[in-house]
Design a protein around this ligand. Structure first.
Ligand code: UT7
Length: 328
């Protein structure tokens, strides 16, 4: 736990952006051997958004960042740095974060990408928090932006039905912990990786292995098994690190990959589904963008209130997994 007077990263604003085109399960069933019933039963997904040709992760990310800055009541001149979670960058380099920076008209501070696939936003949050607490800046944009549609094999029904495009962003600002560690801010972040599982979920291309961008490949059943076990363990780790009980959690804001995984973790936490933010039915899996998109939705509809405790968790390719506890 971070004590009284310590610098803390406080959530100042949240925003999301989804490309307008909706693709339903029936749309996919019209061109693939799948069905709405199979997809809904196995995943809870009903539809996803797909970016138009030529629209890049930086376009989606810049929109989400603008919305988060507006929510925080800040202009781009306040931003000291950008940390972007993405696995679908505009180009191999420069970092897509600098494209977002340029689109926002910012010409100072730091900007870089974090590649931790579906755990990317938790990793980016941890990195931004560390940058703030070590004095690299006091206002940092943390963005998750993905155009998963560009790396899907649209003939592989086992993967292409699962993902969508979108972006979310938060503004973190330096604040100070109150007496006994009270007050708003990120309480802790918990990051894990085990590369021995790298081949369970990967993209079969890239400048090193093929010179092409490649396609998503996944052993879904194995990833599912790891997801429930590792997410259950990491949420316990986050609560224990702060001396908190499951009952203290107001909102679980999980990575949105599969409703069955989300329900299993909620059950482990003894949290009713009314206290879980779910967007997977409408967004599908937007990888690094799913948690900030869910936060943006819950903030916009008034569910998130000052003083509440938010538990975030994610798992993805790597395998990477992690959790973060945030007091609003
Ligand atoms: O962001 C983190 C990364 N990803 C995840 O968290 C995903 C984790 N895994 C999952 O969510 C689930 O494993 C899936 C939803 C991907 C798959 O569900 P499952 O219950 O594990 O199904 P399965 O892969 O064991 O496949 C069952 C059957 C197979 O047919 P047979 O071999 O039993 O005849 C598949 O070929 O379902 C078939 N199948 C499909 N059928 C209709 C696979 N995809 C489809 C499909 N439509 N889209």
């Amino acid at each position: 736990m971070r004590g009284e007077g310590a610098v803390r990263s406080v959530l100042a604003g949240v925003g999301g952006y989804l490309p307008p085109a909706v693709v339903t399960n029936d749309d996919l069933a019209a061109r693939l051997d799948t069905s709405d019933a199979w997809i809904v039963e196995r995943t809870g997904i009903r539809e996803r958004r797909i970016a138009a040709e030529g629209v890049l992760a930086s376009d989606l990310g810049a929109e989400a960042a603008r919305a988060a800055l507006a929510d925080a009541g800040l202009g781009p001149e306040a931003v000291d740095g950008i940390v972007l979670a993405t696995s679908t960058p505009d180009q191999t380099y420069p970092a897509t974060a600098v494209r977002i920076q340029a689109k926002l008209g910012i010409r100072r501070g730091f900007a870089f990408d974090v590649a931790a696939v579906c755990t990317g936003f938790i990793y980016a949050l941890a990195v931004a928090d560390a940058m703030i607490r070590t004095g690299h800046g006091s206002t940092v944009l943390v963005v998750g932006a993905e155009v998963n549609s560009r790396i899907l094999d649209w003939t592989d029904r086992a993967t292409c039905v699962l993902f969508g495009d979108g972006a979310g962003a938060v503004v973190l600002r330096a604040g100070e912990a109150g007496p006994g560690g009270s007050g708003p801010g990120l309480l802790s972040t918990h990051l894990h990786a085990d590369g021995s599982y790298a081949d369970l979920l990967y993209v079969d291309g890239g400048p090193g292995v093929s010179g092409t961008s490649g396609h998503v490949r996944m052993n879904g059943r194995e990833v599912f098994r790891h997801a429930v076990a590792k997410l259950s363990a990491v949420v316990d780790e986050a609560l224990a690190a702060n001396g908190l009980d499951h009952a203290a959690v107001d909102w679980l804001v999980p990575h949105q990959a599969n409703l069955r995984i989300i329900e299993a973790v909620a059950k482990k936490l003894r949290l009713p589904m009314e206290r879980v933010v779910v967007t997977v039915d409408r967004h599908a899996n937007t990888s690094g963008a799913s948690i900030p998109l869910a936060l943006a939705e819950a903030k916009a509809d008034g569910r998130l209130k000052p003083g509440q405790l938010v538990l975030m968790e994610a798992i993805g390719g790597g395998l990477t997994w992690g959790a973060a506890l945030l007091r609003l």
